[in-house]
Design a protein around this ligand. Structure first.
Ligand SMILES: Nc1ncnc2c1ncn2[C@@H]1O[C@H](COP(=O)(O)OP(=O)(O)O)[C@@H](O)[C@H]1O
Ligand SMILES: CC(=O)OP(=O)(O)O
Ligand SMILES: [Mg+2]
Length: 411
């Protein structure tokens, strides 16, 4: 019997999402989430889908990502899915920053891990958690291949006029400063699914993808290849996010240093953790912001308007970059669920052929769907992302190819 299961680990700054998939048919055997890692109120929810056992919850504090993965491993073990199972073909890790070097999914060895570690300064919220996920998984099962799937890979196709910052070339090159872009696994998956929804080949469509989760980014995808994206050297640039400012005049940083006496680390923390929606109104959850707006809360209203205004600017910018747009697509937690965000982001863009049908937009569904009026020139769609499935498929393809390589080509 060939091992056919893949465990996918998606480690965020304070969370660990995971899925165990059976790659013979892509079905999910179990999934779960550890939230609020490092806080007293940590919570693990685990759902063994295949055994029909129902959701289980653990609320004992989880100190760090290592403890989180150990707890997850215990839960999987209880369902007979232990990390030491011979049926586990590989563990696929979402790794946020792969720099310029990693354009493809990569089997992790010491050199790869060292490179991911070298990139910590440019993904300070993410790469450390990814590294802990890798080293803990290696300790739990040293024999199983570990594969890194990078958020940056899909964006390596960006032309230099989109990826290079307009700063001194020597300084930029000496320090590898350029725009890398993130959420690439999601942008790739969602743009392909959008082409399928339109009944076309990815190579025939131009799509603007709006990935609006806690972190948020937009990308312009021409014929299946990314030509521009809103995140840059780090996942701080671009859209307004849950806790991150997105685009800002870089002189704000000098000003805070010179006038407010803040250190570089303090400004870093301000822009990454105390800005965006949370900085504007105290909440980073779009559900809570909508609730407050319904109650007439001015700060929540302004935060929403700033969020949407930035989004609209990127839609316009990427429309211009692409020249011809076949679809604008919303994905991730906010994009898939927040109808008012979708409506407001496209309001007034009828001259560009963009419109939202309010009845279709109000439908709640987990399926990929069109929300533009029938006669619209440009399709507007909601397409649920599935980074875990995409990571699992890429991971399994890589380890299967490795096995075939070792065993010689199939007859
Ligand atoms: N029903 C909903 N309505 C509006 N926003 C929602 C809803 N469900 C989730 N969200 C938003 O989605 C965000 C999380 O998105 P997600 O893609 O899971 O983010 P991440 O992967 O970055 O943690 C939440 O912070 C919340 O703002
Ligand atoms: C890159 C990034 O911002 O990821 P996330 O949305 O998971 O924080
Ligand atoms: Mg996400």
């Amino acid at each position: 019997m060939t091992a056919s299961r893949v465990l996918v680990l998606n480690s965020g700054s304070s969370s660990l999402k995971y899925q165990l998939l059976d790659m013979t048919d892509g079905s999910r055997l179990a999934l779960g989430l550890v939230e609020r890692i490092g806080e007293e109120t940590s919570r693990l929810t685990h759902t063994p889908l295949a055994t029909g056992g129902g959701e289980r919850e653990r609320t004992d504090p989880v100190a760090d990502h290592e403890a989180a993965l150990k707890a997850v491993s215990e839960e999987l073990d209880a369902d007979g899915y232990g990390l030491d199972s011979p049926e586990l073909a590989a563990i696929g890790h979402r790794v946020v920053h792969g720099g310029k070097r990693f354009t493809e999914p990569t089997v992790i060895d010491d050199a790869v891990l060292a490179e991911i570690r070298r990139l910590v300064p440019v993904a300070p919220l993410h790469n450390p958690a990814n590294i802990t996920g890798i080293t803990t998984a290696q300790a739990l099962n040293p024999g199983v291949p570990q594969v890194a799937v990078f958020d940056t890979s899909f964006h390596t196709s960006m032309p230099e006029h989109a990826s290079r910052y307009a700063i001194d070339v020597e300084t930029a090159d000496a320090h590898r400063i350029r725009r890398y872009g993130f959420h690439g696994t999601s942008h790739a998956y969602v743009s392909r699914q959008t082409a399928a929804l339109l009944g076309k080949a990815p190579s025939d469509v131009n799509v603007i993808v709006l990935h609006l989760g806690n972190g948020a980014s937009a990308s312009a995808v021409r014929g299946g290849r990314c030509v521009d994206t809103s995140m840059g050297l780090t996942p701080l640039e671009g859209l307004v996010m849950g806790t991150r400012s997105g685009d800002i005049d870089p002189a704000v940083v000098f000003h805070l240093g010179r006038v407010a006496g803040m250190s570089v680390d303090e400004v870093d923390e301000l822009l990454n953790k105390r800005s965006g929606l949370v900085g504007l109104c105290g909440d980073n959850d779009m559900r809570e912001i909508r609730r407050r707006i319904e109650e007439g809360d001015e700060a929540a209203r302004l935060a929403f308007d700033i969020y949407v205004h930035r989004l609209k600017k990127y839609i316009g910018a990427y429309y211009a970059v692409l020249g011809r747009v076949d679809a604008v697509v919303f994905t991730a937690g906010v994009g898939e669920n927040a109808a008012p965000v979708r409506e407001a982001a496209l309001a007034g863009l009828e001259e560009l052929g963009l419109a939202v049908d309010s009845d279709l937009n109000a439908v709640r569904s987990g399926e990929a769907r069109l929300i533009s009026p029938q006669e619209a020139r440009v399709a507007v769609a909601v397409v649920p992302t599935d980074e875990e499935l995409e990571i699992a498929q890429q991971t399994y393809a890589l380890v299967s190819a490795g096995r075939a390589g070792r065993e010689g080509p199939a007859a």
